[in-house]
Design a protein around this ligand. Structure first.
Ligand code: ADP
Ligand code: ZN
Length: 441
């Protein structure tokens, strides 16, 4: 018998459909999608070039014969060249947050918004949200999909919402304590910022009302989860999504928190080698490529997310039959190549969280002063561990140095800095300054 930390509730019976039934539904929907896409100029051309037509889709494997879509394709058709319905059918337009350059827009019909709310409701309920709860949403409300996506998901479940929005951390604490919010929704880095502010205000984890946290929108590690949980006194859940696909709601953890269930009745997911674009072996790490099966306004075919993760198709004891994706290790465009070695910022986070005495606040700077890359990690030391003794600080620096080397395989120069000197984030954290890129462009 599996032990659930709380009641294992399922929002939609589709989440537990037998695989064969799910796959029939996917094939049916894929065929429908391909005929709908034939009216979108980009796909019409791509189908013509590849010589594919909707009748060629006889099995789910035929997906591999269909063309892919990249972020650059979306940019080339800026602002709304990928619309598959008339403007009169649109109900909302959002934008990606522009983490990697010029933002792109995505659009929704009323049916898309209804679907989106239900998909968010699925993972929220899986992660403990109940109609009697009050949820504090500390995500940005605006073009970014996080705020509105989660807002309507919570509303769908029937819980009360405190639409706090991101920022004003002192007020977040006041709202949390005065309104007794049960659930906190934000980015993991903002959760940590809130935790720090709580500690600075003399609040103990047990004084903080939220019992569940739903965090996403940026990569974070298992160590970071533990850190947030112990500092805020809650159970933290991971959820994943991207605006080009729908926003949050693509996948999320169940009570067992062993991978995020992908909502496969609405999204086909592939895990490919980013160089060869061939599927990786089952359970191996690769780039996620996602096809939206049911979205009306802005469907995408084989969208290259640039997110690196693993897929696990083994059954989960919670009863959901959908594949689970691992944490996102990083995005291919975040990946630093330092002296030929691939490094993700999440590896630095992992290293720092293994070393007692550092706050997981860091910034990685990479430069190439001569012919060799030089990486510097600037790390904040925790207040109570900051010392005037050179020898103590040197020992701490050596520990971090060794840990980074053991996780990434390369040496980086470690610079310890005083507590509270690095920028705090209310949305997605920015951890890398790559002078090799910025100084040459
Ligand atoms: P942008 O690409 O401008 O950041 P979005 O706001 O749509 O646009 O962000 C989507 C991206 O955020 C994903 O592609 C992924 O890289 C990241 N992301 C979202 N949720 C998670 C998560 N739970 N873990 C790791 N990364 C995530
Ligand atoms: Zn599960």
């Amino acid at each position: 018998m599996t032990d659930f930390p709380f009641e294992n509730r399922i929002w939609d019976s589709a989440e537990t459909a037998p695989r064969a039934e799910l796959e029939r539904l996917q094939l049916d929907r894929l065929r429908g999608l391909v005929s709908r896409l034939a009216d979108v100029p980009f796909y019409k051309n791509a189908f013509a070039e590849a010589g594919t037509s909707p009748e060629d889709i006889r099995s789910l494997d035929d997906l591999r014969r269909l063309p892919m879509t990249t972020k650059d394709d979306l940019r080339e058709h800026y602002p709304l060249g990928f619309l598959a319905v008339g403007r009169d059918k649109l109900a909302r337009i959002h934008g990606s947050s522009g983490t990697t350059g010029k933002p792109t827009f995505v659009a929704y019909t009323a049916a898309d918004l209804e679907l989106w709310a239900n998909l968010c409701a699925r993972f929220l309920v899986a992660g403990g949200l109940r109609p009697e709860h009050t949820a504090q949403i500390a995500f940005g409300y605006g073009l970014f999909t996080g705020g509105f996506g989660l807002h309507y998901g919570v509303e769908k479940v029937g819980a009360a919402i405190v639409p706090a929005a991101a920022g004003n951390t002192q007020r977040q604490l006041t709202l949390m304590c005065d309104l007794q919010t049960d659930v906190l929704v934000c980015t993991p880095s903002y959760a940590l910022t809130i935790a720090e502010a709580a500690a600075a205000a003399g609040l103990e984890p047990r004084d903080l009302p939220p019992r569940f946290g739903h965090f996403g929108a940026e990569p974070w590690t298992e160590d970071m989860r533990r850190e947030i949980e112990s500092r805020l006194g809650l159970l933290a859940f991971n959820n994943y999504g991207l605006s080009e696909v729908i926003g949050p709601g693509v996948s999320g953890e169940c009570a067992l928190r062993d991978g995020m269930h992908v909502q496969e009745d609405h999204f086909l997911i592939e895990c490919l080698d980013p160089d060869t674009l061939e599927p990786v072996a089952e359970g191996e790490q690769g780039e996620l490529v996602i096809t939206t099966l049911t979205k009306e306004a802005f469907p995408v075919l084989r969208y290259r997310t640039r997110d690196i993760a693993r897929l696990d198709r083994s059954p989960c004891p919670c009863g959901r039959t959908t594949a689970r994706m691992s944490r996102v290790v990083g995005r291919t465009d975040d990946m630093l190549i330092i002296r030929g070695v691939n490094v993700f910022p999440s590896q630095i986070e992992e290293a720092l969280l293994h070393v007692e005495g550092t706050a997981p606040h860091y910034m990685i700077e990479v430069d190439r002063p001569g012919t060799l890359d030089v990486a510097t990690v600037r790390v904040e030391v925790r207040e109570q561990d900051f010392s005037d003794k050179m020898s103590q600080m040197q020992a701490l620096r050596d520990r971090i140095d060794r840990e980074i080397q053991s996780i990434t395989g390369i040496r980086m120069s470690v610079e310890l800095i005083e507590p509270q000197t690095l920028e705090r984030f209310v949305g997605k954290a920015k951890r890398v300054i790559d002078h090799r890129v910025t100084d040459s462009s």
